[in-house]
Design a protein around this ligand. Structure first.
Ligand code: KIV
Length: 286
């Protein structure tokens, strides 16, 4: 049985912190699900970490659907949230059409979309139609050309607006809100004022939950991680060591060995290679 919206709400009330993680494919979803991650996000960050783009903007609905369907297949317990990609929810009609595809073609249980005031009517409509919607405020990567990649809502007016947007999303029916790159004290104050869970990334420990990107958490990229990310392992290095060893063994002939290979009766091979042997061709119907 998957985690439900009611379970998440109970976690908020009980003060049980929620660990959300991105996943983009079947094996990552299997591992995260087995590790007890209650909320899996098929983030449009896949544009960068999986598809090699510089931003989330080139990600298409087809990209999201292919990856979200794999994550749903790979998980049994987590609630799977699928990001709606850039400009697929510019109008209510667009949003309904995009969400219809996401829900029907992937089996994801919820969608996430970015923004405050401009998306409220869409959140309300989707919620009325029975679709669980997660909001996303603060730094919203789909608007990075306007915002720049930096902490948001640092001044009083920006902070007031963010609080108003969070409360408006809750009133419109959102079941949770991601707060990205927001001052920790503001995120904590917003979390205390909402009845729905807040999920922070670069927003401090006062949120009801945290979300991290799979590749950041596992050290799948070389170089410096973003400040808000913690590398819990260096899997990229482990993979590189393994692949280097593989290349060396293929070159030296150490791999494959007999134990990796299939056998056949040498007599059958000898017959196969003997051009004089008709191999029962006379019995093959013409
Ligand atoms: O796309 C994504 O991975 C996200 C998280 C960073 C919240 O939106």
């Amino acid at each position: 049985m998957r985690i439900s919206l009611t379970d998440l709400q109970k976690m908020k009330v009980a003060g049980d912190r929620i660990a959300m993680l991105t996943a983009y494919d079947f094996p990552s979803a299997r591992i995260a699900d087995r590790a007890g991650v209650p909320l899996l996000l098929v983030g449009d960050s896949l544009g960068m970490v999986v598809l090699g783009h510089d931003t989330t903007l080139p990600v298409t609905l087809d990209d999201m659907i292919r990856h979200a369907a794999a994550v749903v297949r790979g998980s049994d317990t987590a609630l799977v949230v699928c990001d709606l990609p850039f400009l697929t929810y510019a109008s209510e009609a667009d949003a309904v059409a995009a969400v219809r595809r996401v829900m029907q073609e992937t089996g994801a249980q919820a969608v996430k979309l970015e923004g405050g005031q401009p998306v409220l009517s869409i959140v309300r409509r989707l919620t009325e139609l029975g679709v669980p919607v997660m909001g996303h405020l603060g730094f919203t990567p789909q608007s990075q050309n306007q915002l720049g990649v930096k902490v948001q809502a640092r001044d009083a007016a920006g902070a007031r607006q963010l609080l108003k947007d969070a409360q408006a999303l809750e009133a419109a029916g959102a079941f949770a809100v991601v707060l990205e790159l927001v001052p920790a004290a503001l995120a904590a104050a917003v979390s205390q004022r909402l009845t729905i869970p807040t999920i922070g990334i670069g927003a401090g420990a006062g949120c009801d939950g945290q979300v991290q990107v799979w590749h950041d958490l596992l050290g799948l990229f070389e170089g410096k991680s973003p400040r808000h990310a913690k590398r819990f392992a260096e899997i990229g290095k482990i993979i590189e060591t393994a692949v280097t060893a593989y290349v060396a063994e293929v070159r030296s002939g150490a791999f494959p060995t007999d134990s990796h290979s299939a056998r056949m009766d040498p007599a059958d091979l000898a017959r196969a290679l003997d051009p004089e042997d008709a191999l029962g061709a006379e019995t093959v119907p013409t």
